[in-house]
Write a protein that binds this ligand. Structure first.
Ligand SMILES: [Zn+2]
Length: 394
């Protein structure tokens, strides 16, 4: 017995299909025209995609829904960290209301699962994690939120942060974060040894922000690869941003991709403008997990971003000069099915047995949906209709 059937939709732009849903799961994909039961939504030929996965977010940092906050502070990573710490309390950050508003924007654009970094530091302790959990609960759990405890302000340069990160695991974080072990802590061995020690003992993953470019960044990859192998954490370590990989050339780059792939390290990028393109084809060919994220939106770091991961996929396509239908479709897959690993899903696609996370868009085909970024007509999350005509219903 179906709870919901989406009739006459085109999965990934294919033939007209009915998608049958029961108990939050896709139970059947069948040719359009068969008798239906339960609630029926007529797709009228819309394209159906799996729910988008935001593989790198900062849901706790935003002032979404509050009056405009003018950009300020020094325009460097260290300057932004200091500025955020000085200003966030004045704006009520982190706030359950703003975080819930951010998650609702994600839903509006069809994102049904996210991995979010959440600040953990000596100022707010674990409050950000509680905020993210309360916001996710406020939406009834329709948007899956996986939490990375993120030491934005540094690890070993702030005594007490390693203990906080371990406490964050007990509070529900599935991953521990890190940040530029060389330039923030200026002691890469101490930071990485501390993080890997907790991950190994607590059985959690790692997701490390690495902004440093060129050979300094590459050196830190080597430290991460070495520790991933020695601790047996293959398949549980992610590098976020990792601009250095795009900076390297020739055999040096190829060898590093191969080592990362062999160590089972996955990769999240927000495909920002003015960065070097990634060797994404080789990364995919070597089976590396590759996901797209929005990073923070409308926060004390940047006024930009609307939470639409399809728009990030478009940015990825433009950064890498993609043109063919095959490549444009691959960019959309990075935003959906290919990112399953970031939210602990074995399968994330329009298949029987998968969680019923489905987005309908009015487009001719998948490449056209990417280049036009149309409003989401309908979003189903865990089998529930949560968005109709870009209006959020939860
Ligand atoms: Zn980030």
């Amino acid at each position: 017995m179906a709870d919901l059937t989406l009739t006459d939709v085109r999965p990934w732009g294919g033939a007209p299909t009915d998608i049958v849903i029961a108990d939050g799961v896709i139970t059947e994909l069948r040719q359009t025209g068969a008798p239906t039961s339960g609630e029926v939504v007529a797709g009228r030929g819309a394209i159906a995609l799996p729910g988008f996965v935001n593989a790198h977010a900062h849901v706790d940092k935003s002032w979404w829904g509050m009056p405009w906050v003018s950009y300020g502070g020094e325009p460097t990573t260290q300057g932004r960290i200091a500025h955020e710490r000085a200003e966030r309390a004045r704006h009520g950050i982190p706030s359950v209301d703003a975080t819930t508003a951010v998650l609702r924007e994600y839903l509006r654009h069809g994102t049904t699962a996210t991995r979010t970094h959440v600040d953990v530091d000596l100022g707010i302790g674990l409050r950000g994690i509680e905020v993210a959990q309360e916001a996710a609960a406020a939406l009834g759990g329709v948007l899956e939120v996986e939490i990375v405890a993120f030491p934005q302000d540094g690890v070993v340069r702030r005594p007490g942060v390693l203990k906080l990160l371990e406490d964050a695991v007990l509070a529900g974080a599935s991953h521990i974060g890190g940040i530029d072990p060389c330039t923030i802590d200026r002691d890469p061995v101490a930071q990485l040894d501390g993080l890997f020690d907790i991950a190994e003992r607590r059985g959690v993953g790692l997701d490390i922000h690495l902004h440093d470019g060129g050979e300094l960044g590459a050196f830190q990859y080597e430290l991460i690869i070495d520790r991933t192998r020695r601790t047996g954490l293959q398949g549980r370590v992610t590098v976020s941003h990792g601009f250095a990989l795009g900076d390297l050339v020739g055999e040096r780059q190829v060898a590093l991709v191969d080592e990362l792939a062999d160590a089972g390290i996955s990769w999240a990028t927000v495909a920002p403008v003015r960065t070097s393109p990634l060797p994404w084809r080789r990364m995919r060919k070597r089976g590396m997990g590759l996901g797209l994220g929005t990073d923070g939106i409308r926060d004390l770091w940047s006024p930009f971003g609307d939470g639409d991961i399809l728009r990030i996929a478009l940015g990825f396509a433009r950064l890498h000069g993609l043109r063919t239908d095959e490549d444009l479709t691959a960019a959309v897959r990075l935003a959906t099915s290919d990112a399953a690993v970031f939210v602990h899903r074995g399968t994330h696609d329009l298949l029987a047995g998968a969680r019923a996370d489905i987005v309908l868009v009015d487009a001719e085909n998948v490449p056209e949906a990417l280049v036009r970024v149309p409003p989401r007509q309908l979003v189903v999350a865990a089998g529930r209709i949560v968005v109709r005509h870009a209006e959020v219903l939860v």
